[in-house]
Design a protein around this ligand. Structure first.
Ligand code: UDP
Length: 492
């Protein structure tokens, strides 16, 4: 290859909105730096961002999507079931993972054809490291979470502190971390606690192994947000991490902000106009991500808690699909009473555009990492209600380390396909109390001020990524061996 050859990267995101959205942001960022970028995914997932890629292409950036067949029918999934958000049972989850496994061959074919300089593949594809090795290129892993959560997970797996407690609710220290972090067994996933091997446990073990044999990780976060964990990750765990976030800040265009993921269920214009009529910091935005759906009891408690808090709110509701049309989950007369005070969005909202509106003063969230980092990038403090995955870790970062949020008191880890909610798990009083602490009074203002400071640092961090990476890429453009290219960038 000649010295002036344009660098080429292949991005291979996991098939879930929380991974697709930031990966596409990242890919677009690299395309803006003059890199030739390909995003490889399945047909329906490609449709989610086809229009954004098309716009970028028309603006002259070298970016394209490559569509791979998803073998849903071969493994017995309903046709069209290509995204984690369409899974509603554990059985579907196992079949989905089988179909995901069948993407190996199309990925190999793609690398054979494109011969990229590097593969950025999601952690959920542990086999991607071996494929990259076969083609002699570095593989970077994208986990879609914070560096903090990676450190917590590493400590939990290595030291197993949860084996020494007497009950599910007894607090234990997560050992050997820069801060004292306390958790309970009930906040951990089954696969971590169980000793017998399950499909998910096997996958998680493979993910960890492939992590350590890969080149390093890219993290949608910024060093200044979690400096102690950034150091811990590289010095104690001995791994390379490259911070490129918050990637949501790369969407400067209004259209881009409004069109990440699904089409909004309510026009973004209408939503923002509603917010225009509200005072600064007076509205709570409530949304639990792209996957989790809930039934009656929890929704009812949220409705009552929101009403009791007296705050204005935008509430994004994703219900279980087969729920009857009549919305019995709402307290009687609720919608009538909240008219003008609350906006219920049934389906999908333009989250980043909403969070950035000055009327929004708080975000009640499940602490998915994208939602968390988007809240930080918008300078908005949080009411935290983690449900599963590493969301309990993200909550600790927000409430205990950064001190920009208050928890509702979630104690139990749930599968995302869990439809049952233990009655009384979180009461309307818990919700009202946490909302008031964030939205009203001095404590809330202090959290808001800290969140604002982080927002400013976040903006600078992304600008720095763009400036520095440009410089480093230029420096490295002549290096034809892929591993050499990344040596310079990752070891900054
Ligand atoms: N999101 C959105 N509108 C919605 C729900 C979600 O734009 O109504 C976006 C949100 O901005 C974030 C992603 O979907 O980028 C959700 O990712 P997160 O990690 O927060 O949660 P997950 O969906 O993975 O549980």
């Amino acid at each position: 290859a000649s010295n002036s050859r344009q660098l080429r990267l292949v991005f291979f995101p996991h098939l879930a909105h929380g991974h697709l959205i930031p990966t596409v942001d990242m890919a677009r960022l690299f395309a803006r730096l003059g890199v030739k970028v390909t995003v490889a995914t399945t047909p329906l997932n490609a449709l989610l961002f086809a229009h954004i890629i098309q716009r970028d292409k028309e603006s002259g950036f070298d970016i394209c999507a490559r569509v791979m067949k998803f073998a849903a029918e071969e493994v017995g999934l309903p046709p069209g079931c290509e995204n984690a958000s369409s899974l509603t049972s554990q059985q579907m989850t196992s079949k989905f993972l089988m179909a995901v496994d069948l993407l190996r061959l199309p990925l190999e074919e793609l690398l054979e054809e494109l011969r990229p300089d590097c593969l950025v593949a999601d952690a959920m594809f542990p086999w991607a490291t071996d494929i990259a090795i076969k083609f002699g290129i570095p593989r970077l892993v994208f986990h879609g979470t914070s560096c903090f959560a990676l450190c917590v997970a590493h400590s939990l797996v290595r030291h197993e502190p949860f084996r020494n407690v007497a009950s599910e609710s007894e607090l234990f220290d997560v050992p050997a971390l820069p801060h004292q972090i306390k958790m309970t067994r009930s906040q951990l996933p089954d696969y971590m606690k169980e000793k017998t091997e399950t499909v998910v446990k096997r996958l998680m073990n493979q993910v960890m192994q492939s992590d350590s044999s890969s080149y390093g990780v890219v993290v949608n976060s910024f060093h200044e947000l979690e400096p102690a964990y950034s150091e811990h990750y590289s010095k104690v765990m001995g791994r390379k991490a490259w911070f490129v976030g918050p990637v949501s800040l790369c969407n400067n265009d209004k259209k881009d902000k409004a069109e990440r993921g699904n089409a909004p269920s309510i026009s973004t214009h209408e939503c923002l106009r509603w917010l225009d009529s509200k005072k600064p910091n007076s509205v709570l935005y409530v949304c639990f991500g792209s996957i989790f759906r809930t039934r009656g009891a929890r929704l009812n408690e949220i409705a009552k808690g929101l009403e009791a808090s007296g705050q204005d709110f935008i509430w994004v509701v994703r219900k279980v699909d087969d729920d009857e049309e009549k919305e019995e989950w709402l307290p009687e007369g609720f919608e009538e009473r909240i008219k003008g005070k609350g906006l219920i969005v049934r389906g999908w909202a333009a989250q980043v555009a909403i969070l950035e509106h000055e009327a929004v003063g708080g975000f009640m969230s499940h602490c998915g990492w994208n939602s968390t980092i988007e809240s930080i990038a918008a300078g908005v403090p949080m009411v935290t209600w983690p449900l599963c995955a590493e969301q309990f870790s993200n909550e600790k970062l927000v409430t205990d380390v950064l001190k920009i949020g208050v928890g509702v008191g979630a104690k139990v880890w749930r599968r995302w396909t869990d439809e049952s909610v233990a009655e009384g798990e979180i009461s309307m009083e818990d919700i009202e109390r946490a909302v008031s602490r964030v939205m009203v009074g001095e404590e809330g203002d202090e959290m808001r001020n800290r969140a604002r400071e982080l927002k400013n640092v976040a903006r600078e961090a992304v600008d720095e990524v763009i400036r520095e990476t440009c410089r480093r890429w230029r420096l490295c453009l002549g290096v034809t061996n892929g591993t050499g290219v990344f040596e310079d960038i990752v070891n900054q």
